[in-house]
Design a protein around this ligand. Structure first.
Ligand SMILES: NC(=O)c1ccc[n+]([C@@H]2O[C@H](COP(=O)([O-])OP(=O)(O)OC[C@H]3O[C@@H](n4cnc5c(N)ncnc54)[C@H](O)[C@@H]3O)[C@@H](O)[C@H]2O)c1
Length: 426
């Protein structure tokens, strides 16, 4: 099949390379000329494990091409996949302008019986609006579908090759069968459903996972009041088959390119349909305050951050990505600077762009970032950070070790001479 992916961001590049690896002729299209120039040279504009090799391999076969030309990308396409960004607008609704702009641009070139698929995360009603935009510009027959994306940055190639399920929202057997065919080599369960159900499924999955994080943080707050240990509580509840042991992350709350925006957008959607008391509005508010609440608690425990030098370890929003969208570090570093601390940071891949108010310097190793600091703040569980021997950077003065993700053994860090603080331990 001829497949075009519009938007060559995280989702678009991964999808394009993988659809090419199934033997399709794939074109990746973007309006960002610099991005396309890099991709044409076989360079991935961001860090994602395994993607660089896959990209080069598929480009070498001639099955994967990139362009900024809508005409070139659309005129032969059987399946057109829209994977452009859908950030939150200032009123926290989904900003759909990129989806609608791509629909307007593709419309003049669409061929008979092509399928326009929205992979971007969008609220119910968006596909219908997108179809209407295209219909205004063309008389050819075409179809629409929703194909929400569930990959995680940091393991995007693996997730796309081994999905838990493929969700197809459509109202036509031809569309279902074509999209099933596109994914048949994955041998994943396929869920055929209504268009609105597919769109809701994506928001529901992310909002549920974000709520789970918020929930366990609320329980961690209570553990700190009564001598319980959140890790023991998680172990105890995880044996309950209705609850399960996986995906419990007490810590700094959720960040990244998807959870904060998807919760906000579903909360905004709930308000727009008259459900303003929806739980998600509260989840969103609790998460916004989470980092500050924790930092204030730690500040009290260590006698404040003023005048202290703090090593912030991990800058990206999670391990194995350089994505800084809604990364905790983007709140932590300004907060610490405002409190009068000096910040030294390290990340294996991500780069923090300091503002003029930040007292911050980024270093190229953990050793340098931790040199003679008063406080070590372990923020992201990169394997290099959680595997590091912090005994090697311990100085003779009093030093605090704040384990923001409960990744370290308290007894080991204490034996190395640090005063240890974790999450959810009374
Ligand atoms: N990043 C993730 O982990 C992830 C996971 C699942 C779903 N999603 C969803 O997938 C969508 C894309 O996310 P992303 O992180 O890949 O976004 P991104 O911001 O990394 O990339 C979006 C790309 O779209 C391009 N673009 C914008 N307008 C365009 C237009 N009119 N024509 C062509 N290209 C255009 C931009 O230049 C950019 O390269 C979003 O809706 C997001 O919510 C993202």
């Amino acid at each position: 099949m001829n497949v075009t992916v519009i938007g060559t961001g995280f989702v678009g590049v991964v999808s394009a390379a993988i659809y090419a690896s199934f033997g399709n002729q794939v074109v990746g299209l973007d309006i960002d000329e610099n991005k396309i120039k890099l991709l044409e040279k076989g360079q991935v504009p961001f860090y994602e494990p395994d993607l660089q090799d896959l990209l080069l391999k598929e480009q070498a076969t001639g099955r994967l091409k990139f362009t900024t030309s809508y005409q070139e990308a659309i005129k032969e396409a059987d399946i057109i996949i829209i994977a452009v960004g859908t950030p939150s607008a200032p009123d926290e609704t989904a900003d759909l302008r990129y989806v609608f702009a791509s629909a307007k641009s593709l419309a003049p070139y669409i061929k008979e019986n092509a399928i326009v698929v929205i992979k971007s995360t969008v609220p119910p009603g968006t596909l219908e609006e997108t179809i209407n935009i295209i219909k205004k510009e063309t008389t050819v027959n075409f179809y629409g579908a929703s194909l929400p994306e569930f990959l995680r940055e940091g393991s995007a190639v693996h997730d796309t090759l081994h999905p838990d399920r493929i969700v197809i929202g459509a109202d036509n057997d031809f569309v279902f069968s074509q999209l099933e065919k596109l994914h048949e080599s994955l041998k994943a369960p396929v869920i055929r459903c209504r268009i609105a159900s597919a769109q809701m499924a994506k928001y529901t999955a992310n909002s549920y996972l974000a709520t789970r994080i918020t929930f366990i943080n609320e329980i961690a707050n209570l553990c700190e009041k009564n001598g319980a240990d959140i890790n023991e509580v998680i172990q105890a509840i995880g044996y309950d088959k209705r609850i399960g042991p996986q995906y419990w992350y007490p810590g700094l709350g959720y960040g990244g390119s998807c959870f904060p925006k998807d919760v906000k957008e579903l909360a905004a959607y709930s308000r727009s349909v008259g459900e303003s008391g929806n739980l998600l509005n509260h989840v969103n508010e609790i998460n916004k305050e989470r980092i500050y609440r924790l930092l204030e608690k730690f500040a009290q425990e260590i006698g404040g951050f003023r005048g202290k030098t703090v090593a912030v370890l991990g800058l990206s929003f999670k391990p194995n990505t350089d994505d800084m969208r809604e990364a905790p570090s983007t709140k932590i570093i300004p907060y610490l600077s405002e409190q009068g601390a000096n910040v030294r940071s390290y990340d294996p891949m991500a780069k923090y762009v300091s503002s003029t108010n930040d007292h911050h310097e980024q270093f190229s190793s953990i050793e340098e970032a931790c040199n003679e600091v008063d406080v070590i703040l372990s923020v992201v569980e990169w394997p290099e950070i959680i595997g590091f021997d912090f005994g090697t950077v311990k100085s003779n003065k009093t030093q605090y070790f704040i384990d923001c993700r409960n990744q370290f053994e308290e007894s080991k860090i204490t034996q190395q001479g640090y005063k240890y603080f974790g999450i959810g331990r009374g």
